[in-house]
Design a protein around this ligand. Structure first.
Ligand code: RFL
Ligand code: PHB
Length: 388
C-alpha cells in the first residue's frame, strides 16, 4: 500500500487528523491495534473546549454535537468553606461543550466511513521504519505482514504506543510527574447531581460530579494509586462520593447501578520533541495531563490542528514551514495546559505528605478564586481553552 500519511492509532487524534487531511485531498491510512467496538467502549473525556468545538465544525462532524451536546457556561468549586461558581461566559465570553469522547469518536468513524477513508482495525505489531529517511510502516493482520509506504508518519497511538519509542533517546527530552493517587470513575444511568460540573476539595480527597447528558452521569473520587475497582462496591462508591460533595447535593442526588467503573492513574508527561524526521507525534503519544483540567482530548485536538495545517501547507503550497515549526508550536500550548492541569490538581487533591502549611496554601488558592475576579478570569480562560 502507498499513502501520503500513515497514521498510527485510531483514537480521537488519529481519526481527526485523517478526517481533516482527507477533506483536503491528502490520502491517509489509519492503523489501529484494537477493534472499533473496543475503541468506542473506552469511557474517557467529557468536556470539549471552545476550539475543539470549532474544529468539529471544520471537520464536518458537528451536527450531532450541536443537537445532543450541552454547552456549559461555568462550573462549581466546592470547598469546606462552601461552594462557589466560576462563570466562564462572564469572565471570558466563552463556554465549553459537554459531549463525550465516545460520541466524538463515533462521529469521526461515521464521517470516515462516509468519505471512504482507510481505517484498519486489529492491526498488530505496527512498526514505523526509516523515520529519518524514506518512511514506511509494517503491521500484521490475519497472519500476514503488510507494508504501507508513505511520505510522513503521524504517531497518534496514545501514551503506551510504539511511535514515541522509535525516536532515539538522545533526540528527545522527557519530563514527568507521577501523582500518588488515581481517579476511580463511575458511569451511571442517573440524572446528573447538578446542572454544571462540581469539582470538590474535601478532607477525604477530591471528588468530581460530571455528566454526559440528562440521563447519564459521570463521577470520580480520588483513591490511592494502588487501589482497585474491585475494592469498591457501588454502594461503597456512592457513600464515599456523597461524603465529599456538598450536603444538599448529596442528599438530593440520584444513585443507581454503575455501567462502568475504572481507575485512571494521574500523571503529567511531556516528550520534547514532538517531531523526528518524518515522524510527528500528536495527542497522548506526546504528552499526558492529569484529567483535573479536562485538557487531554483538547490538547490532542490542538496538536492535530497544527499538524494538519503543516501537512496541508506541504502538499498544497510546497511550504514546509508549518511542519518545521510543528513541534515548537504544539509544545508552547502543551506546556500551558500542563501547567493548568498541574495547578488544578494541586489545589483540589489531598496529597499524602500534605502538612498544615500546604493545607493553608490550598485554602488560599481556593479563597482567591472565590474572592478575586482576576483569579477566576485566569481559570476561566484556561478552562475554556487558550486560542490555537
Ligand atoms: P488515545 O485515545 O489513547 O488513542 C490512541 C489510539 O492508539 C491505539 N494504539 C495503537 N494502535 C496501533 N498500534 C499501536 N502500537 C498502538 N498503541 C495504541 C489505541 O488503541 C488507541 O485507540 O489517544 P489520543 O487519540 O491522543 O486521545 C487522547 C485522549 O484520549 C485523552 O487525552 C483524554 O481521554 C484525556 N481525558 C480527558 N481529556 C479532555 O480533554 N477532557 C476530559 O474531560 C478528559 N477526561 C480523560 C478524562 C482521560 C481519562 N482517562 C481514562 C485517562 C477522564 C479520564 C478518566
Ligand atoms: C468527565 O466528564 O469525564 C470529566 C470532566 C471533567 C474533567 C475530567 C473528566 O476535568
Amino acid at each position: 500500500m502507498r499513502t501520503n500519511v500513515a497514521i498510527i492509532g485510531g483514537g480521537p487524534a488519529g481519526l481527526m487528523l485523517s478526517q481533516l487531511l482527507n477533506r483536503a485531498g491528502i490520502s491517509t491510512v489509519v492503523l489501529e491495534r484494537r477493534s472499533r467496538d473496543y475503541v468506542l467502549s473506552r469511557i474517557r473525556a467529557g468536556v470539549l473546549e471552545h476550539g475543539t468545538v470549532e474544529m468539529m465544525h471544520r471537520a464536518g462532524i458537528a451536527d450531532r454535537m450541536q443537537r445532543e451536546g450541552h454547552p456549559h457556561e461555568g462550573c462549581f468549586l466546592s470547598t469546606e468553606a462552601g461552594m462557589f461558581r466560576v462563570d466562564f461566559e462572564a469572565q471570558c465570553g466563552q463556554s465549553v461543550m459537554v459531549y463525550g469522547q465516545t460520541e466524538v469518536t463515533q462521529d469521526l468513524y461515521a464521517a470516515q466511513d462516509q468519505i471512504g477513508a482507510t481505517v484498519i482495525h486489529e492491526a498488530e505489531d505496527v512498526m514505523p521504519h526509516d523515520i529519518d529517511g524514506t518512511p514506511f510502516v509494517t503491521y500484521e493482520k490475519n497472519g500476514h505482514t503488510h507494508r504501507v509506504d508513505c511520505d510522513f508518519i503521524a504517531g497518534c497511538d496514545g501514551f503506551h504506543g510504539v511511535s514515541r519509542k522509535t525516536i532515539p533517546a538522545e533526540k528527545k527530552r522527557e519530563f514527568e510527574r507521577v501523582y500518588p493517587f488515581g481517579w476511580l470513575g463511575v458511569l451511571s444511568r442517573t440524572a446528573p447531581a447538578a446542572p454544571e460540573l462540581i469539582y470538590a476539595n474535601h478532607p477525604r480527597g477530591f471528588a468530581l460530579a460530571s455528566m454526559r447528558n440528562d440521563h447519564l452521569s459521570r463521577y470520580y473520587i480520588q483513591v490511592p494509586s494502588d487501589d482497585r475497582p474491585e475494592n469498591w462496591s457501588d454502594d461503597a462508591f456512592w457513600a464515599e462520593l456523597k461524603r465529599r460533595l456538598p450536603e444538599d447535593v448529596a442528599d438530593s442526588m440520584e444513585t443507581g447501578p454503575s455501567i462502568e467503573k475504572s481507575i485512571a492513574p494521574l500523571r503529567s508527561y511531556v516528550c520534547a520533541t514532538m517531531r523526528f524526521g518524518k515522524l510527528f507525534l500528536a495527542g497522548d503519544a506526546a504528552h499526558i495531563v492529569p484529567p483535573t483540567g479536562a485538557k487531554g482530548l483538547n490538547l490532542a485536538m490542538s496538536d492535530v490542528h497544527y499538524l494538519s495545517e503543516g501537512l496541508i501547507g506541504h502538499y498544497e503550497r510546497k511550504d514546509d514551514s508549518g511542519l518545521d515549526g510543528y513541534s515548537d508550536r504544539a509544545l508552547t500550548r502543551v506546556w500551558r495546559a500542563i501547567r493548568f492541569s498541574w495547578w488544578m490538581t494541586s489545589i483540589l487533591h489531598r496529597f499524602p505528605e500534605q502538612d498544615d502549611f500546604d493545607q493553608r496554601m490550598q485554602e488560599m488558592e481556593l479563597e482567591n478564586l472565590r474572592d478575586l475576579d482576576a483569579a477566576r478570569q485566569a481559570m476561566a480562560l484556561n478552562y475554556v481553552g487558550l486560542p490555537f
